[in-house]
Design a protein around this ligand. Structure first.
Ligand code: SF4
Ligand code: SF4
Length: 315
């Protein structure tokens, strides 16, 4: 097997982890189109680690175990009910424009999301969540994906009302999202507009960072994975809810060849990841919980993939 083939084989030793912060727009009874939001920093939405940009993945290499996540995204069709309202032509066009900017073409009209994911045992919360229920990365500049919560940068502004309708159920215990008519919190969404200036700005910042990542490494990685993704059996395993996760080996191969990063920076990243994985495995061994076993197996596979990369980065 050639060098690229070995990298792809290592990358495709994969795991599938559902993530509760994935939202999908779906049909249900009609909901409000104006929403207010009042965050009490209860930490409930920090039950899974966040999606990251490349800059964040490198910055937080000692905080998060990082994988590549693949997700199948089905675009809206005009007339399709979304949270009780039929999507119109403008909804479809806005979503299509955003998907072209941030996602990748895939089979049968679907789109493919390729994301950098922080990951941890499914039985645990985000590792950056402090014992006091607050984010320990707040002062270091927490990930952009966290800044935009409860919104979703992968949906256009005019569909954020559907994002909030979907998430209000998931955040029900926190009760931080409410129809504006209820009079609680600050108006965040009014129909097709994000009315909160700070959130509108953060959404744009997050989309710009994701688009920059797509240009910098996403398109090249998509090309690298294209052959593997033609495998019908593999494509069938890529979910819509959650991510099919693979070790970041093919991305590191790209970055190692990029003078902006190079092999030494990639080796530093791999060593930081191996230290985190070893610590996570040791902690799991102490916990002795049967529920940890599948993820322990996956972490061991990741460690093996990372270790096999180190000599090639040093060569
Ligand atoms: S669940 Fe709601 S109130 Fe709690 S931290 Fe998340 S956004 Fe804030
Ligand atoms: S990084 Fe901070 S804000 Fe983001 S999910 Fe983790 S604890 Fe929550």
């Amino acid at each position: 097997m050639n060098h690229g083939g070995r990298l792809r084989a290592a990358a495709m030793r994969s795991v599938f982890i559902p993530m509760s912060n994935i939202i999908s727009l779906h049909a249900q009874t009609a909901t409000a189109s104006a929403y207010a939001f009042a965050c009490t920093a209860c930490g409930q939405c920090c039950n899974t680690p966040p999606l990251l940009t490349l800059d964040e993945a490198l910055r937080f290499e000692a905080q998060f175990i990082i994988t590549l996540g693949l997700r199948r995204v089905q675009p809206l069709r005009a007339g399709q009910p979304v949270e009780g309202v039929a999507a119109d032509v403008a909804d479809v066009a806005a979503q299509q424009a955003l998907f072209e900017q941030l996602l990748y073409p895939a089979a049968n009209g679907a789109a493919l999301q390729i994301a950098l994911l922080a990951t941890d045992y499914p039985t645990r919360t985000c590792p950056a969540l402090g014992g006091d229920g607050r984010c320990t990365l707040h002062t270091a500049g927490k990930p952009l994906a966290c800044d935009v919560v409860p919104l979703d940068a992968l949906q256009p502004d005019r569909l954020q009302h559907a994002v909030l309708a979907s998430r209000s159920a998931g955040f029900a215990r926190a009760a931080c999202i409410s129809p504006a008519a209820a009079g609680a919190g600050q108006l965040l969404i009014d129909g097709t507009q994000v009315t909160d200036v700070g959130y509108a700005h953060d959404l744009q910042r997050h989309r710009a960072a994701l688009a920059a990542d797509k240009t910098a490494w996403g398109n090249a990685l998509h090309r690298l994975l294209t052959d593997a993704l033609r495998d019908v059996a593999l494509w069938a395993r890529i979910p819509q809810a959650g991510f099919y996760q693979i070790p970041p080996v093919p991305l590191l191969a790209l970055l190692a060849a990029d003078p902006a990063y190079g092999p030494a920076r990639c080796a530093q990243f791999v060593r930081a990841q191996l230290a985190l994985i070893d610590a996570a495995l040791a902690a799991a061994l102490q916990r002795k919980q049967a529920a940890d076993k599948p993820f322990t197996q996956q972490l061991r596979g990741m460690a093996e993939a990372c270790r096999s990369l180190l000599p090639r980065l040093a060569a």
